[in-house]
Design a protein around this ligand. Structure first.
Ligand code: NAP
Length: 309
């Protein structure tokens, strides 16, 4: 895009840091970039995960380095970036992928749970970004890719706080694109739709009070969770598609500001962009509320209990 793209595209041999590489989209992205010749630093929160990442890399015939980076620990972020710069003389790219979820209506999320997700997804992403910018500025090139979500463009029932952090990432990524373009650095936002990863099982991040039958949102929330799980099961978008999109965004001559990944996400974002606002709100949000109300009116406790499992 004219004005925004002043630097050079990434090429094999460039150093790229991928946060949250222990599993899911981060692991797949680290493996994909490494197999395409990038010098990948796969960052994990806990070095106990190192062996698993190296095993996955060996299985794919990919070479990468694993280092520790906890998004809530500023010192670990500084150390990780210093290690990369010392080893390679600079850092071409960062994939701000690491993050956590928080599921539950706003009233059901505790201040501590909210602080944790804001610390990780927002403040952690900002800290990593601020740590790499000086090195990119010095080199006159670089790409900062932030893995937001379709939830960064369209919020939804029972995931408001998570979506709020993704909206924050969207604002960060967009503002950075303007601030950094004069220095040859591109900021790019990746917006995946729903993809089956540990995000939907082990890392689901359900707020404690959302589990309680005392919550006034209890039945609605579990009906919306059942709806989300049905979409996860139906969805055919794969982590590989996200990784390949990230590779494309790093290597394209003129990258876009945003890349949407997955059919469902593309349709929803297209509708939001092109439908008159009130029509979108009625069709998307209005119908969601109606559906949830209908299903809680018709669902027995057994169905809701099943969704909770
Ligand atoms: N899967 C989806 O449907 C979907 C859709 C849209 C956007 N996304 C976004 O894509 C990104 C990756 O999601 P995913 O589906 O791959 O989820 P995931 O399987 O839960 O992976 C999340 C990664 O983030 C790491 N992480 C969590 N807290 C961290 C911290 N404090 N410091 C460093 N790393 C931390 C996790 O490390 P540990 O293993 O140590 O916990 C893990 O490696 C997230 O930003 C998510 O919001 C996912």
């Amino acid at each position: 895009m004219r004005g925004l793209n002043n630097g050079r595209p990434g090429r094999p041999g460039d150093a790229v840091l991928v946060t949250g590489s222990s599993t899911g989209l981060g692991l797949e992205t680290a493996l994909c970039l490494a197999s395409k010749g990038f010098v990948v630093f796969a960052a994990v929160r806990d070095l106990a995960q190192r062996a698993d990442v190296l095993r996955a890399a060996a299985e794919r015939g990919a070479n990468l380095a694993v280092l520790r980076l906890d998004l809530t620990d500023p010192e670990s972020i500084e150390d990780a970036v210093a290690t990369i710069v010392e080893a390679t003389g600079g850092i071409y790219g960062v994939v701000n992928n690491g993050g956590i979820g928080l599921r539950g209506c706003v009233e059901d999320c505790s201040p501590e749970e909210i602080r944790q997700v804001v610390d990780t997804n927002v403040l952690g992403t900002i800290a990593v970004t601020r740590a790499v910018i000086p090195h990119m500025r010095e080199a006159g090139c670089g790409r900062i890719l932030t893995v937001s979500s379709v939830g960064g463009r369209i919020a939804g029932f029972g995931v408001t706080i998570y979506c709020m952090t993704k909206f924050a990432q969207e604002g960060l990524g967009e503002g950075l694109a303007v601030e950094l373009a004069p220095f040859g650095i591109q900021s790019i936002i990746i917006e995946p739709g729903i993809i089956k990863t540990t995000r939907w099982s082990r890392h689901r991040g359900t707020a404690e009070r959302a589990m309680s039958e005392d919550s006034p949102y209890h039945d609605l929330f579990w009906a919306s969770e059942a709806e989300a799980d049905a979409i996860v099961d139906r969805n055919k978008t794969s982590p590989e598609q996200v990784a390949l999109t990230i590779h494309r965004a790093i290597t394209e001559d003129e990258p876009r500001l945003r890349y949407v990944v997955g059919r469902g996400a593309s349709v929803a974002i297209f509708a939001r962009r092109h439908l008159p606002e009130q029509m979108f709100e009625r069709l998307y949000y209005g119908r969601q509320v109606q559906r949830l109300q209908r299903s809680t009116a018709s669902a027995g406790t057994d169905a809701l209990a099943e969704a909770r499992r």
